[in-house]
Design a protein around this ligand. Structure first.
Ligand code: HEC
Ligand code: HEC
Ligand code: HEC
Ligand code: HEC
Ligand code: HEC
Ligand code: HEC
Ligand code: HEC
Ligand code: HEC
Ligand code: HEC
Ligand code: HEC
Length: 354
């Protein structure tokens, strides 16, 4: 066998093995989906019928009173799918005739006592589009964080305090029945993020100017990790930071690829939410360069009277120091991309100096 043939044969085996593994994976994931919908099945109360919300008032006066003013108490028939014709208390608690007759809690569904996937399935009878469209595959759904870990149907009255219990301010967003206001809600589970929101540089989340859910959709997303965008991670950032929306004549590849190569959105010790300070940030990818004709006293570049520029031989001692002491962006100031050719420096635009 020639070398090429042997290579081909090996390639053939790799492809066959790949297809085989993909097949197994598909079977397993089909099984997972099936198991998932088995788990989501709600308990059945044998022999119970729907009786309507009025029947609850006699024993649950307070709940009924608050409920009629709430969004779920005011749902009109046209707002729900024909397949879920039931409205009122029993839309979530199931047919209640047996419970009403006996007052026995065993004959009524309490979502708080169900498995997370079952509790969420109750809400999914009606909420499967828009905001909650990608719920099923989301990290929250898959890790047992159900709808009612974050939402409280029967209301918590203290949610509009100006500061949450962590002392963070919060945005007065529309009332979406949250158990706690953001960011406290999210930070009560995501402690590692909490530390970052307190670093010297951070997005103004704890100041109440924005929320975690401005950037994340807690209900799921096509873009990991739960990002509030349908496209690429960068589109999220560019929604607010429009001036770095290219295309520029001179692009800087990592900027086009992913803002989070250099930035950590939750908070950093370094300025400008940079993962590392300059020059170290830049030196991950670039070699250090010296300007023999860099004037150590002023930090400016002397133009070379002999024309060709910056290819000089031995670096000046101080020029090394200069590069390490100054921020690279002092000279390469348009690090996110540039349209302007620099007049003073050869190849200026492509060097992001202007
Ligand atoms: C005859 C009185 C009575 C009526 C009518 C009644 N309930 Fe109850 N309900 C009770 C009692 C008693 C409990 C148990 C209270 C407790 O454990 O604190 C209860 C508990 C519940 C629970 C919690 C069950 C649990 O496992 O914790 C839910 C949910 C509930 N009722 C919903 C309803 C709904 C919905 C209606 C109307 C369709 C209704 N009830 C009508 C008496 C009643
Ligand atoms: C949109 C879904 C939904 C509707 C509609 C609804 N509930 Fe509930 N109910 C829940 C959930 C979820 C819980 C579990 C505790 C929680 O999240 O507040 C609950 C808990 C309860 C409880 C247990 C006691 C408690 O407060 O924890 C009672 C009683 C109750 N509901 C009665 C009612 C009655 C009466 C109505 C109609 C007037 C009603 N519910 C309508 C979702 C609903
Ligand atoms: C019978 C259908 C139905 C069920 C079941 C249901 N909802 Fe709703 N819900 C609605 C409708 C209709 C609205 C109002 C329109 C909208 O926002 O989609 C609504 C609104 C909401 C809102 C937004 C409130 C606002 O002010 O914008 C939240 C949050 C919510 N539901 C959570 C839940 C949760 C959690 C459950 C499960 C415990 C649940 N819903 C079960 C129909 C339902
Ligand atoms: C990890 C927390 C979390 C979980 C889990 C969660 N939600 Fe939400 N939900 C939120 C937050 C935060 C908002 C407010 C976001 C915003 O500003 O739109 C919200 C908003 C909503 C809204 C209002 C959307 C709108 O803009 O009109 C609905 C409806 C809703 N949630 C339903 C659900 C349902 C149904 C589930 C379960 C399938 C669920 N949520 C699970 C945190 C959560
Ligand atoms: C009840 C606890 C709980 C609450 C409340 C909660 N989360 Fe989560 N969250 C989890 C768990 C558990 C996971 C999955 C495990 C993990 O990746 O940390 C998760 C995963 C995530 C992820 C994906 C992480 C990844 O690596 O893919 C994001 C993003 C996230 N949560 C954001 C939020 C936001 C924003 C809020 C508030 C609106 C919130 N969470 C509220 C428990 C919670
Ligand atoms: C400015 C937008 C933005 C805000 C505000 C924001 N996040 Fe994120 N978050 C991101 C991005 C982008 C990533 C992905 C980071 C990466 O890939 O390096 C992420 C990642 C995460 C992760 C995955 C694990 C990790 O550490 O990367 C969690 C959990 C999370 N965010 C929770 C939160 C919580 C909780 C809040 C509110 C306190 C919040 N985020 C606020 C943009 C944001
Ligand atoms: C919802 C709007 C919004 C989104 C989305 C957003 N930002 Fe921001 N960003 C802000 C606001 C507001 C500030 C604070 C501006 C100020 O204080 O003047 C900020 C500040 C910054 C800063 C400067 C921090 C400093 O120290 O001055 C950087 C860097 C930044 N954002 C990067 C990002 C990146 C990367 C993303 C995507 C992961 C992103 N932003 C997504 C709103 C947003
Ligand atoms: C190669 C690393 C790198 C990448 C990738 C990068 N940045 Fe930056 N960014 C920087 C540096 C360095 C600074 C601080 C110096 C400066 O402002 O020129 C900065 C500063 C910022 C600031 C704060 C200064 C201001 O203009 O308000 C924002 C906002 C910002 N970047 C957004 C973004 C966005 C959005 C993306 C993705 C499209 C991105 N960055 C990608 C390196 C990067
Ligand atoms: C993740 C890797 C990465 C990081 C971090 C990075 N760059 Fe770049 N940079 C590139 C790539 C790739 C190119 C295009 C290929 C090339 O010409 O080297 C480039 C091009 C450049 C150019 C133009 C080069 C030319 O020949 O025209 C300059 C100037 C530059 N980067 C400066 C910086 C500075 C300053 C920083 C820090 C703020 C930085 N880069 C951070 C990867 C990176
Ligand atoms: C004092 C101003 C100045 C500083 C500081 C500076 N540069 Fe430059 N850099 C220039 C100039 C001017 C050019 C274009 C002339 C040339 O090609 O030599 C250049 C060219 C480059 C190039 C293009 C490739 C090359 O060598 O020609 C890269 C990459 C680069 N710099 C990265 C960096 C990094 C990384 C830092 C920080 C460690 C840095 N620069 C600091 C002025 C500076």
């Amino acid at each position: 066998m020639s070398k090429v043939q042997r290579k081909r044969k090996r390639l053939f085996f790799v492809v066959v093995l790949g297809l085989f593994l993909a097949g197994i994976a598909a079977c397993v994931s089909m099984k997972d989906t099936k198991r998932e919908s088995e788990n989501a099945k709600l308990p059945v109360i044998e022999g119970a019928k729907y009786v309507g919300s009025q029947a609850c008032a006699y024993c649950h006066q307070d709940v009924v009173k608050d409920f009629s003013a709430s969004i779920h108490g005011r749902i009109a028939a046209f707002e729900i799918k024909p397949s879920t014709e039931v409205r009122g208390c029993e839309a979530c608690h199931g047919p209640a005739s047996k419970h009403v007759e006996t007052g026995n809690p065993q004959y009524i569904i309490n979502p708080a006592k169900l498995k997370p996937v079952q509790a969420s399935a109750i809400c999914e009878k009606c909420h499967t589009d828009k905001e909650t469209m990608d719920w099923r595959g989301s990290k929250h759904a898959l890790n047992g964080v159900s709808c009612i870990k974050c939402h409280s149907i029967h209301g918590k009255k203290d949610k509009l305090a100006y500061r949450d219990k962590l002392g963070y301010r919060h945005k007065h967003m529309k009332d979406v029945l949250l158990v706690k206001p953001e960011p406290e809600l999210c930070l009560s589970c995501h402690k590692d993020i909490m530390a970052k929101t307190n670093y010297p540089n951070h997005h103004p989340v704890k100041e109440g100017k924005m929320t975690c859910s401005d950037c994340h959709n807690p209900h799921g997303s096509q873009v990991n990790p739960l990002l509030r965008t349908d496209e690429r991670k960068n589109e999220l950032c560019l929604k607010c930071h429009t001036r770095y929306q290219g295309p520029f004549t001179f692009e800087h590849p990592p900027v086009v690829e992913d803002c989070t190569i250099c930035h950590e959105p939750h908070g950093t010790v370094a300025d400008n939410l940079l993962k590392q300070n300059e020059p170290f940030l830049c030196l991950q990818c670039h070699g250090i360069h010296f300007h023999a004709n860099l004037r150590p006293d002023t930090g400016t570049i002397q133009s070379n009277p002999h024309g060709s520029g910056y290819t000089s031989v031995v670096p000046h001692d101080n020029s090394m120091q200069m590069v390490m002491m100054t921020r690279c962006t002092q000279c390469h100031s348009s690090i996110h991309g540039s349209d302007l050719p620099s007049l003073s420096i050869p190849g200026g635009g492509s060097r992001f100096t202007k």
